[in-house]
Design a protein around this ligand. Structure first.
Ligand code: NAI
Length: 698
């Protein structure tokens, strides 16, 4: 049973017990109903206290039941709440730590609520593209007023119990306890006090009043429309809460209907997929969760350039001391000045308190000597992207680093196994591929070398959480997961230009699909010279690889992007607005003429399909090669590192939504295009097999 029962004089205490957060899974729901019956059947019991064991009152639905039939088996949460309301003896919820989603709905089904200060209270369903489906949208407005409840339901954000208890006229909490420690004693005393009071108060009987409900709700609808254009859930949340201004049962029916509608939207499926994928990404199949962790108390960073400074900031923000090493004092000074400038900007915007800034800077040391890295627990290299330079650095690190120190490389393309082989301790070497700007971007690709030890991986994955990154494990290959896929996407973008599209048409089409930025605006931001360098290398390694020459021609004109004031677009000094460039238009037209290409009109649909399906096909190869452990990992990489639209759930999930068979058929069509790369459009065997079986990647 996932709940415990205790008799304490005339009070029965029912304690949800389903670690880690008392998720309301089937066995917990059953247990609550059974134990309620037991308490009601016991003549010596006058009142019941419902609480949660351990770290939470309840975090809501049991995520391990998502998508299983256990989630829909009786008793549903609605039935449990009904049982609470029908209890002949008063039920007092004793709320602490975390009270969210279904947990809060359960508490609102009780006759009374006593809460500890510091409790995190929320209805976060909107974050999964849903709305609270067990009365949350109807009961919360009756207890907190329309406006506060609407804000909580639409935002899904957490509010502390003491803030809610301070709202004048609020009825959510009958009592806020003096401390978390005194919760149970105070809840029992409260239960004794109200044990004989009748009738039992029910939230459903309370009115939901607002002096200008209609005007307020209209205002809320307008706000939501502007803010959540790709997501239907916030708007439906407003509609559901709006129904609380009427009769309770009718409102419950509206809530049920809207909940069911949302359950079947692709947006909610995408968000639920990502919720699970994010949790799954931190788990590595052959690295058990109890793998011992190496303690990371100090970090060394080699190189204070674009990446080194941002990498250092992550650790300073987490309170971990950092020593940065460079070859020259000027480089160190430049790097530290940028770190300071970044922090100062945060202080100016009010995002960082001045004293915190001082604290963080005090944790930063600089050096020109490897001797100062002797004590570091983790050393991350971010020097020039040349194997020869990496060799010098890793040999020096091997000579000075203490035994057990983790040696990481931030390389974006080089072979981590070769880098590990420069040391006598390849088991301690790992790739930590941060994305630029490293202090901002959420993604961290953790590159697992042939010899990387399991405890090194486990340590880095845990550390990633501490520095608030989404870590995804990648095997060793050129470009790892993200850049290996983006190369195919960029190649398609180039072919589209050759065949008749303009940079602005391509960017607009994929931005309309939901990407944060199209490939050409992205190139201008990141620097077109980066891709140029990679293509030059490719031309040597894989002379057979077909690609459009337009990007090379652009670079030959010195148009590297925003940093040179011109790229695929023109830029006005100090501004980032992309302006259509007649020079680029002419360059593309001249290129087509030289190649003998008659431009054709290309539809936005074709643009989106070719760009997105190129990611999907390469992603399938990556899964097959074992570079990524699961398709959800690839989706996480694309969401957190490449601006893939969240409401589409990542390329691999999106392919499943389109239907893999449709993806494969589109690829066969693309393969017939003489200007494209027919070999690339051969579906990866995994993709072809899953499509034939009618399956998806997950
Ligand atoms: P950068 O050129 O801005 O900085 C490199 C720094 O390393 C320079 O300050 C240089 O003085 C220093 N350095 C060079 N040799 C050194 C040595 N032997 N010892 C100590 N310091 C040395 O380069 P960036 O962009 O920061 O790239 C660094 C690494 O990060 C490369 O491996 C790159 O591929 C990778 N990376 C870069 C990304 C980007 O967007 N810039 C993204 C992800 C990874």
């Amino acid at each position: 049973m996932s709940a415990d029962y205790q008799k304490d004089g005339s009070i029965a205490v029912i304690t949800l017990n389903n670690p880690p957060v008392n998720g309301l899974g089937l066995s917990t729901r059953r247990a609550v109903v059974e134990l309620l019956e037991r308490a009601n059947a016991d003549a010596s019991i006058r009142a019941i206290v419902l609480t949660g064991a351990g770290k939470a009152f309840s975090g809501g639905a049991d995520i391990t039941e998502f998508g299983t039939d256990r989630a829909t088996q009786e008793p549903h949460l609605l039935s449990v709440i009904k049982a609470l309301e029908l209890s002949a003896k008063p039920v007092v919820a004793a709320i602490h730590s975390v009270c969210m989603g279904g947990g809060l709905e359960l508490a609102m089904g009780c006759h009374y609520r006593v809460a500890a200060p510091g409790t995190a209270v929320a209805l976060p369903e909107v974050k999964l593209g849903l709305l609270p489906g067990a009365g949350g949208t109807q009961r919360l407005p009756r207890l907190l007023g329309l406006e506060t409840a609407l804000n909580m339901v639409v935002s899904g954000e957490m509010v502390k119990s003491e803030m809610l208890a301070a709202i004048p006229g609020q009825k959510l909490f009958d009592q806020l306890t003096a401390s978390a420690e005194s919760l149970m004693a105070e809840a029992r005393a409260f239960a004794e006090k109200i044990a004989d009071q009748r009738p039992l108060p029910l939230v459903r009987d309370l009115p939901c009043k607002h002096p200008q409900a209609e005007a307020y709700l209209q205002f809320a609808r307008n706000m939501v429309k502007g803010m959540a254009k790709n997501f239907p859930a916030p708007g439906k949340c407003v509609d559901a809460v709006a129904a609380s201004v009427g009769k309770f049962d009718a409102g419950m029916q509206v809530e049920r209907e809207l909940f069911t509608q949302l359950m079947f939207t692709p947006e909610s499926r995408a968000l639920r997929h990502l919720f699970m994928a994010e949790r799954a990404a931190s788990k590595i199949a052959d690295v058990p969760s109890n793998t011992p962790i190496r303690e990371i108390r100090s970090v060394g960073v080699i190189g204070a350039g674009t990446m080194g400074g941002g990498i250092a900031m992550n650790f300073l923000n987490a309170g971990i001391p950092v020593t940065i090493l460079e070859t020259k004092q000027e480089a160190l000074d430049r790097g530290v000045a940028i770190i300071r400038k970044n922090y100062e900007a945060q202080v100016k915007k009010g995002k960082l308190k001045p004293e915190k800034y001082e604290e963080r800077i005090a944790l930063l040391k600089t050096t020109l000597s490897y001797d100062d890295l002797k004590q570091a627990d983790l050393i991350i290299e971010a020097v020039f992207e040349e194997l020869g330079v990496k060799e010098i650095v890793f040999k020096q690190l091997d000579a000075v680093a203490k035994p057990g120190a983790i040696l990481a490389s931030n390389t974006s393309t080089l072979d981590v196994d070769k880098i590990a082989a420069f040391t006598q301790r390849p088991q301690d070497v790992v790739g930590m591929h941060f994305f630029s700007p490293a202090n901002v971007m959420k993604l961290l690709e953790v590159v697992r070398g042939k010899h990387t030890a399991k405890d090194v991986l486990a340590t880095v994955m845990q550390l990633a959480k501490k520095i608030k990154k989404t870590a995804v494990v990648s095997g060793v290959c050129d470009g790892f997961i993200g850049n290996r896929m983006i190369e195919q996407y960029s190649r398609q973008a180039g072919f589209l230009l050759d065949e008749g599209a303009t940079p602005q048409q391509v960017d607009k089409a994929i931005e309309k699909f939901g990407f944060a930025m199209g490939p050409f605006r992205m190139g201008d931001l990141a620097g077109n010279d980066i891709g140029w360098a990679i293509r030059k290398r490719r031309a040597v390694e894989r002379a057979d690889m077909k690609y459009s020459r337009t990007a090379d021609k652009l670079c030959e004109l010195g148009r590297y992007g925003q940093k040179t004031g011109a790229g695929w677009y023109d830029y006005q000094a100090g501004k980032r607005d992309a302006i259509v460039s007649p020079v680029v238009t002419q360059m593309i037209e001249a290129h087509r003429a030289a190649e003998g290409i008659t431009p054709r009109k290309i539809s936005d649909e074709e643009i989106v399909q070719r760009l997105v399906f190129s990611l999907v096909n390469e992603g399938a190869h990556i899964l097959e090669d074992g570079i990524a452990g699961k398709s959800g990992d690839i989706d996480m990489v694309y969401l957190t590192g490449y601006g893939f639209p969240i409401h589409r759930g990542g390329p691999m999930h999106y392919a499943g939504e389109v239907g893999l068979i449709n993806v494969v058929q589109a690829m066969h069509r693309f393969a017939k295009n003489p200007r494209d790369d027919a070999a690339f459009w051969q579906p990866a065997p995994l993709l072809a097999r899953l499509a034939a079986e009618g399956k998806t990647f997950s």
